[in-house]
Design a protein around this ligand. Structure first.
Ligand SMILES: *[C@@H]1O[C@H](CO)[C@@H](O)[C@H](O)[C@H]1NC(C)=O
Ligand SMILES: *[C@@H]1O[C@H](CO)[C@@H](O)[C@H](O)[C@H]1NC(C)=O
Ligand SMILES: *[C@@H]1O[C@H](CO)[C@@H](O)[C@H](O)[C@H]1NC(C)=O
Ligand SMILES: [Fe+2]
Length: 472
């Protein structure tokens, strides 16, 4: 009896030890994810720059064009949409443009003009003009404000679509117009990697944080970012701060300021609305989705995406990039699971078509995941999946709502790196197999890469690239 008892108790303590051991191993292997950066930014008040700040100064001269911005104007990079605002009178919606070295061969494009009202705000005269049939890889100068005060700018067209052509995209999200926003833009512009176009993941001006959504803050934002977006295209994604849905003041039409001010080439990709569309640029195929338009089964966005993905030709554009405002994987205690229903709808397609990377904003911090998916029937939770994209949340532009610094603990296994700092990203395509990605925090010197990873293309080089990351 005593003997049996002893042996059974030693057996059970061994078992207990084994269980505790397994639990500990289990926690460290399956629950703890990658790195949570201990970097803490200097505590500062996040506030909007006052309207009299240098960045908001309107150009001088009668009816001088202001808020100049460009975006891609077709599906392959041979067209550019130029937009600007005149305040005094309509003026002419005309752009003069010419190739570098051929100032005597000026061409003229004629655009159109829109205005809108929002509660008691009346917009200026908003001009949009598409320059078409441009040559690839060419510097163009352009002039707006024909008739009164002319202003001159320039842009580079992208190289012709080719699987091995290098191209460098900047990544900015949730920018707003605070002193931090200004630092983010400054760091992007001064980054020696020199982004050639910005993939903007939504939430532009945050004008809707003002009483009656004071649309003068849409104007000031556009004057603030002109120093970059007049010279290189920003590819627009609609965020929740683009909704401007305010029935309490009679504004029932969502997206009114955004659609009047920021046209996109959605028809070129067969889309029926400006909130979801695609472009090809250099060696990338970029799909823009809308978290705030219907995406359930049978909706226009869902049908468009279903038809779009099989059209992606990785032999022409190896890099398949998706932009969407609300992240699908997010381990911050902000906007938790807001992207979940869209993930459930679309994630199986992203795995099937081997999307390389998904960039999102919305959460005002930085996070990069492992290659993961959550699409297996009966399995609940994300698992490593080499056919799946990396998900990057880059809603860290520095807007007025402040930093998101409350994280879920322990860090989920899918989360490779996260940090509550403001910054921007650079996605540097080298050729069809390799792209170098880096994230740059505002607190560092311009060239510092706080987080980085070599991306191996999912179609041409689908090896495990998770071991190529570095943090500083
Ligand atoms: C719009 O209405 C608000 C609230 O009544 C007021 O403070 C503001 O000055 C008005 N703006 C214009 C342009 O009338
Ligand atoms: C914004 O940043 C630019 C570039 O660094 C600087 O010249 C300007 O003074 C800044 N403005 C404000 C209001 O911080
Ligand atoms: C693609 O770029 C990577 C990184 O720069 C380089 O190591 C590799 O040799 C390149 N591949 C080809 C075929 O040039
Ligand atoms: Fe947002």
């Amino acid at each position: 009896m005593a003997v049996a008892n002893t042996s059974s108790s030693s057996w059970s303590s061994t078992l207990l030890f084994a269980i505790v051991f397994l639990l500990l191993v289990n926690i460290s292997v399956f629950c703890n994810g990658g790195k949570t950066s201990t970097f803490t930014r200097k505590p500062e008040k996040t506030e909007d720059m006052p309207l009299h700040s240098d960045v908001f100064v309107a150009p001088s001269g009668y009816n001088a064009p202001q808020q100049v911005h460009i975006t891609q104007g077709d599906d392959e990079g041979k067209a550019v949409i130029v937009s600007w605002v005149t305040m005094n009178e309509p003026g002419k919606s005309v752009v003069h443009y010419w190739r570098e070295g051929s100032p005597h061969k000026k061409m003229v494009a004629k655009g159109y003009l829109v205005t809108y009202r929002f509660f008691n705000y009346s917009s200026g005269f908003i001009h949009h003009c598409t320059l078409k049939d441009l040559q690839f890889d060419t510097k163009y100068y352009y002039e707006v404000g024909i008739g009164h005060t002319k202003r001159q700018f320039w842009f580079m067209t992208p190289p012709e679509i080719h699987p091995d052509v290098p191209y460098t995209f900047g990544l900015i999200g949730d920018l707003g117009q605070t002193y931090d926003s200004n630092k983010t833009l400054d760091h992007y512009e001064s980054n020696p990697k020199k982004g050639q176009a910005v993939l903007f993941v939504g939430d532009l001006s945050y004008a809707d944080n003002y009483p009656y959504h004071d649309n003068n803050r849409w104007d000031s934002w556009a004057r603030f970012v002109e120093r970059s977006v007049a010279y290189q295209p920003w590819i627009w994604t609609a965020g929740n701060h683009e909704l401007d849905f305010a029935p309490e003041i009679g504004e029932n039409e969502p997206h009114k300021p955004f659609t009047h001010r920021y046209p996109v080439p959605y028809k070129a990709s067969g889309s029926t609305a400006p909130f979801w569309y695609s472009i090809k640029r250099a060696s990338a195929h970029i799909i823009v989705l809308s978290s705030y338009s219907a995406y359930g089964k049978y909706t226009p966005q869902c049908e468009w995406l279903e038809a779009e993905l099989p059209k992606v030709d990785r032999s022409k554009t190896p890099w398949l990039i998706v932009l969407v405002h609300s992240p699908w994987y997010n381990s911050y205690n902000y906007h938790y699971m807001e992207g979940e229903t869209m993930r459930v709808m679309f994630e199986p397609w992203f795995v099937k078509y081997k999307v390389d990377v998904v960039f999102a904003g919305h959460v005002h911090a930085y996070e990069r995941t492992e290659r993961i998916s959550n699409v297996v029937n009966g399995h609940c939770g994300a698992v490593k999946d080499q056919s799946a994209p990396v998900y990057i949340t880059i809603g860290d532009g520095g807007n007025i709502e402040g930093i998101a610094n409350n994280m879920m603990e322990p860090q989920p296994e899918y989360s490779a790196y996260r940090e509550a700092s403001f910054g921007h990203g650079i996605f540097e395509i080298k050729n069809r197999t390799h792209a170098h990605y880096s994230w740059h925090r505002n607190e560092d010197k311009f060239s510092v890469e706080a987080d980085s990873m070599w991306f191996f293309n999912r179609h041409w080089h689908p090896l495990d690239d998770s071991t190529t990351t570095q943090h500083h």
